[in-house]
Design a protein around this ligand. Structure first.
Ligand SMILES: Cc1cc2nc3c(=O)[nH]c(=O)nc-3n(C[C@H](O)[C@H](O)[C@H](O)COP(=O)(O)OP(=O)(O)OC[C@H]3O[C@@H](n4cnc5c(N)ncnc54)[C@H](O)[C@@H]3O)c2cc1C
Length: 329
């Protein structure tokens, strides 16, 4: 890592309020799957201005981490900077018809608040873990609703360190790909109470049903990152994996969940490499059995091209150079 950058970072952290720096931080304690190596530098930004100053000096490689519920990080040290958000960037506020949430807020807290305040549609996202920023970067969704359907405005810091605001029509919603039209750090989202108002009683009931349904269908006691693969158009990945006879398949400490075939569990002290090997095995077998090539939904970070094999084309997540072009996500 460039010594000049580390000195500038140290200086910025002591001069600017709202930034904290940790060295050699074990990322395994920050991911839901419970694996990952150490981050040489982990910076937490708690204010937008401080984040802008940080991004201005930030040298690649770096990546942005939310609550770590959709990440498979290499076991090796990440020789760069991990950026996380917290503090004031985790606030949820309402002003009249507009509800805004900082990217560090939990999606669950936003869903709860939105239902209480008659915002329709949020109940469908009930039970999806993670942060608001991560949900925007993934266009997280469940049933027939994705977060991008509900967002009115997205605020972010682009890779030059400038604050940018995008309205609904400028967003780039896709299936589990970022809503942000340019690369950078999403800092907040806002939502407007629609013409179609929700009914909190009905919404609360629906939210409860969905959360209970998840407990029945998902291995919710196990350490996982949710769905491993995206559903191919018109098909269900879990069904294809199940039909290939892969439920319960084990590599090292990783196992295809016996409860839900599209979930991989950290069953017994798995390393990330065990999980990556299992992902590749599942992909190969499903292709052999059904002719369908599954694409990972989980974001793969820090693996070598050799480790990734043909998954290399799906794994662009770390920012290796500062560019204003949209990265493949
Ligand atoms: C048990 C379980 C169930 C799940 N069910 C669902 C489901 O039903 N539907 C669904 O869509 N997902 C589901 N997930 C996956 C996961 O919860 C979502 O993808 C979630 O939105 C990820 O949020 P996060 O904060 O954990 O992001 P992370 O996992 O930390 O990061 C995910 C991606 O977002 C990027 N990112 C994070 N924050 C920011 C930011 N502020 N600015 C820019 N980029 C950012 C990261 O760089 C990374 O590329 C499930 C996961 C688990 C463990």
């Amino acid at each position: 890592m460039n010594g000049g950058f580390v000195t500038s970072l140290d200086r910025l952290v002591s001069a600017a309020g709202g930034l904290t720096l940790e060295r050699d931080c074990p990322l395994s304690r920050l991911t839901s799957i419970g694996t990952g190596g150490v981050a040489r530098l982990l910076v937490k930004a708690e204010k937008v201005n401080a984040l802008c100053e940080l991004v201005k000096i930030l040298e690649p490689p770096f990546f942005i981490m939310g609550s770590g519920t959709n990440l498979l990080l290499s076991d090796r040290p990440f020789e760069g900077t991990v950026v996380r958000l917290g503090g004031a960037l985790g606030r949820i506020r309402q002003a009249g018809e507009v509800l805004s949430a900082g990217a560090a807020a939990s999606l669950g807290r936003l869903v709860h608040r939105a239902i209480e305040q008659d915002f329709a549609g949020f109940e469908e996202l009930s039970g999806v873990p993670g942060s608001v920023g991560g949900a925007a970067a993934m266009n997280a969704g469940a049933h027939s609703v994705a977060l991008g359907d509900l967002v009115e405005k997205l605020v972010m810091v682009d890779l030059s360190g400038a604050r940018r605001v995008f309205s609904h029509s400028e967003l780039t919603p896709g299936y589990r790909s970022s809503l942000a039209p340019v690369p950078g750090v999403i800092t907040s989202l806002s939502f407007r109470r629609g013409v179609k108002r929700g009914n909190p009683l009905v919404q609360r009931r629906r939210a409860r049903q969905l959360s209970e349904g998840r407990k029945l269908k998902h291995p919710w006691r196990a350490r996982t990152f949710g769905s491993t693969f995206k559903n191919p158009p018109g098909m269900i990945a879990a069904r294809l994996i199940d039909q290939a006879g892969l439920k319960g398949t084990v590599i090292g400490g990783a196992r295809v969940s016996p409860v839900h075939a599209n979930f991989i569990e950290n069953h017994n002290g798995a390393a990330s490499l065990d999980i990556l090997e299992l992902i590749k095995l599942v992909r190969d077998r499903v292709r052999r059995e059904s002719g369908v090539t599954l694409e990972p939904e989980v974001r793969l970070v820090g693996f070598t091209a050799g480790e990734l094999g043909e998954l290399a084309s799906c794994a662009v997540n770390v920012i290796e150079k500062k560019t204003t072009e949209r990265l493949k996500t």
